[in-house]
Design a protein around this ligand. Structure first.
Ligand code: PHE
Length: 338
């Protein structure tokens, strides 16, 4: 009987010796020490052991149990240590490899310059309003004193949705919408998308404009010149030369286009300014009394000025960009520069 125990212990130790991973060791533990294990079986049979050997048998069983338990524990630790070391050897980290840069988004240059312009005019006391991009012929043309046969209505330029509904070709309809709702004084700025059937290096079918309108008692062309001059110098730099050139818009009288001294050649004449030394930057003028009539403003009492500028054009001149389409290709290499 006692010899059986000895053999059992030897077998267990021999098997442990052979085991090469944790799983095998755990199987050995179950085989000998588990609830239905060999050593447990011996203990359960203690009643069949002759009485005079029983005490010794029990004692040996316990000794073997304690010994095997601690040997198995030892082997398990050894194995898990081995496995960790192997893993560390295999998984080398090359700390000299360059890291991966995280790409993060930025505000689109058109939105940036739009925000900048809005905040300059906010500081002058203008409030920001928006109008619809799908617009009635009435607001886009009629109430801006652009009669039915005016060339600006030509199918060549305007996207028509229905006979009387267009994609707005400028932000000027917002002037009319605002004046219909509020009495003077009015001081608003309106940024947004506009649409024209046009496409080349300096035109896209959709682009952005910002409209300005100021109406009050006693507003003069001097106010228009003053505000636009201060504004343009803030955007392009204090030293920028500015000129007001007579022009025509159906909804302003008198009208002026505003030029800045060419940002590329500083006025000497180059390809960008067509050798003139000047760049056209916005359209403006005193609100035509005909427009006031549409919104029931008393043009004897009130005068005002309006202006409209192209945001893409501003951004192109400010940053020296030669192709407008770059704004809409979403090339990260272009956009990340702003
Ligand atoms: N709406 C005109 C354009 O798109 C610009 C403009 C606005 C001119 C307001 C005068 C006054 O060209």
């Amino acid at each position: 009987m006692i010899e059986d125990l000895q053999r059992l212990e030897n077998n267990a130790l021999a098997e442990l010796q052979e085991a090469s991973n944790q799983e095998q060791i755990l199987l050995i533990r179950t085989k000998y020490l588990g609830r239905k294990g060999l050593l447990t079986g011996q203990l359960r049979n203690i009643a069949q052991v002759p009485e005079e050997q029983r005490a010794l048998f029990g004692k040996r069983c316990n000794e073997i149990k304690i010994f095997l338990t601690s040997r198995i524990e030892e082997e398990l630790n050894k194995q898990s240590q081995n496995e960790k070391e192997n893993k560390l050897l295999k998984e080398k980290i090359d700390v000299t490899l360059p890291g991966r840069a995280i790409k993060y988004g930025r505000i689109h240059p058109i939105t940036q310059i739009s925000n900048e312009i809005c905040s300059i005019f906010s500081s002058f006391g203008f409030s920001i309003v928006e109008g619809p991009e799908i617009e009635l012929d009435y607001y886009n043309f009629e109430a801006l004193n652009i009669p039915k046969d005016h060339p600006a209505r030509d199918m060549q330029d305007t996207f028509y949705i229905e006979e009387n509904i267009v994609l707005r070709t400028h932000t000027s309809p917002v002037q009319v919408r605002v004046m219909e709702k509020v009495k003077p004084p009015v001081r608003i700025l309106s940024p947004g998308k506009v649409y024209r059937r046009d496409s080349d290096v300096s035109h896209t079918p959709m682009f952005h404009q910002i409209e300005g309108l100021l109406v009050d008692e006693g507003i003069t062309f001097g106010d228009l010149k003053g505000i636009l001059t201060v504004f343009l110098k803030k955007i392009f730099g204090q030293e920028t030369k500015i000129r007001f050139r007579p022009s025509f818009f159906p909804f302003t009288e008198p009208s002026a286009e505003v030029d800045i001294c060419c940002v590329m050649c500083r006025g000497k004449g180059c390809r960008v300014c067509g050798q003139s030394g000047w760049l056209e930057i916005l359209g403006s003028g005193m609100v035509d009394p005909a427009v006031f009539k549409y919104v029931n403003y008393n043009s004897e009492k009130y005068t005002g000025f309006a202006f409209g500028l192209g945001v893409e054009r501003m951004a192109m001149l400010k940053y020296g960009i030669s192709d407008i389409r770059l704004f809409y290709e979403n090339d990260f290499r272009f956009l990340r520069q702003f």
